[in-house]
Every structure is written in C-alpha cells, then in structure tokens.
Design a protein around this ligand. Structure first.
Ligand code: COA
Length: 171
C-alpha cells in the first residue's frame, strides 16, 4: 500500500495551551519588538475570538491577536490593557506574525479576511493597527490606509521609527 505524507494546516482559534508556542514565534519574528508572554495571555483572555493560530502538521507557524478597542488609542508596545472598552470604536489588530518559511502563500491574507468579518460582527466601524516591519504594503492590499495623527507619534515611536497607524473602514 502506498503511503502519502499527511500535510494538514490552517487557521484555528488560539487556546491557552498554545501560548508557549506563540511566544516562541514572537521571539523569532519580532526580535526588535519584544513583548512579555503576559501580553499574549491577556489578549487571549479578554477576546478569545480575535486570537488565532496557524497549525501545520502539528506545529504552530503563525498567530494573530486582535480585539475591539478605542479608536486612535493603540496601546504602547508590551502593555497590558486591563479590560476592553464597554463601547469599542474600532477593532484593533495587535499583532500578526508568520514564521518566514510560511510567508507569501496567502496565510496572512486568509486571516485578515477572517478578522474583518469578526470586526463587523462585533459592530466596529473600522479596523486599525500599527504597521511595523515594513508591512504597510501588505496592509494596503487589504484596504488599510495610513492615518497621520501627531498625538500618536510618541506611541508609534515605542514600536519603531517607521511604525505607521493604519485604518480600514468596514462597509
Ligand atoms: C506581513 C505578513 C503578515 C504577510 O503575510 P503573508 O501570508 O506573507 O502575505 P500573503 O501571502 O497573504 O500576501 C498577500 C499579498 O501581500 C503582499 N505582501 C506580503 N507581505 C508584504 C509586505 N511586507 N509588503 C508589501 N507587500 C506584501 C504579497 O506579495 C501578496 O501580494 P499579491 O496579492 O500581489 O500576491 C507576513 O509576511 C509576516 O508575518 N511578516 C512578519 C511579521 C509582520 O511584519 N507582521 C505585520 C506586523 S503589523
């Protein structure tokens, strides 16, 4: 009998048991933007439906964290939220990170579509994020536009010199 290699993969909701693997991906992908494991754990606790991992052949190779938030108020890097706002005015994508070997195959785009649907279900009028790592082109392909706001400058610099605040309206 011929045996075929089993390759399975896809996005699925994050679970608490995934957090060590998520932190390991973050360490590799975001060397320049380190965040403590408590940050990931808090986002998962506050808004589990916005936290996903990409599992391939039993290993995690990507994750995303997102949640309803207040518009034009992105958190500083490595900062706990405490709670989500009672009346959110945006849906915030905190972090999307794919290991290098996973990029360029549509996985990033697939989860962005899932997040946009989730944001609309949560009743948010738009989706926002801080684009780092020269990722603005990727976000631009998904309808995000850079918004310049002088009041955000200090916060953006806590990410990096090229960090941009980007917003995508929901239809
Ligand atoms: C940025 C990232 C999420 C993109 O995910 P991905 O799965 O590689 O992207 P996709 O394969 O879905 O690409 C979709 C399109 O965006 C383009 N693209 C991907 N990354 C890009 C980037 N950094 N800049 C410009 N365009 C990009 C692709 O070429 C593709 O174009 P096409 O539709 O013409 O073929 C992923 O590369 C990543 O995790 N990078 C490191 C961490 C990071 O920068 N995260 C974002 C922090 S805000």
């Amino acid at each position: 009998m011929t045996e075929f290699p089993m390759t399975t993969g896809g996005w699925r909701p994050m679970r608490p048991a995934d957090l060590p693997a998520v932190a390991a991906i973050a360490d590799r992908v975001h060397e320049a933007y380190p965040e403590d494991p408590e940050i990931f754990a808090e986002r998962l606790r506050l808004w589990p439906e916005g936290c996903w991992v990409y599992e391939k052949d039993g290993a995690l190779i990507a994750y995303v964290l997102s949640h309803p938030a207040l518009a034009f108020a992105p958190p500083s890097l490595n900062t706990l939220l405490g709670a989500l706002p009672e009346r959110p005015t945006t849906y915030y994508i905190h972090d999307l990170a794919l290991l290098p070997e996973t990029r360029g195959q549509g996985a990033g785009s697939a989860i962005v579509r899932i997040l946009l649907e989730g944001a609309a279900r949560a009743g948010c009028p738009d989706v926002s994020l801080v684009a780092v790592n020269e990722s603005a082109g990727f976000w631009g392909r998904h309808g995000f536009e850079t918004v310049s706001d002088p009041t955000l400058e200090t916060k953006l610099r806590s990410y990096d010199d090229d960090a941009r605040f980007m917003v995508r309206p929901l239809g």
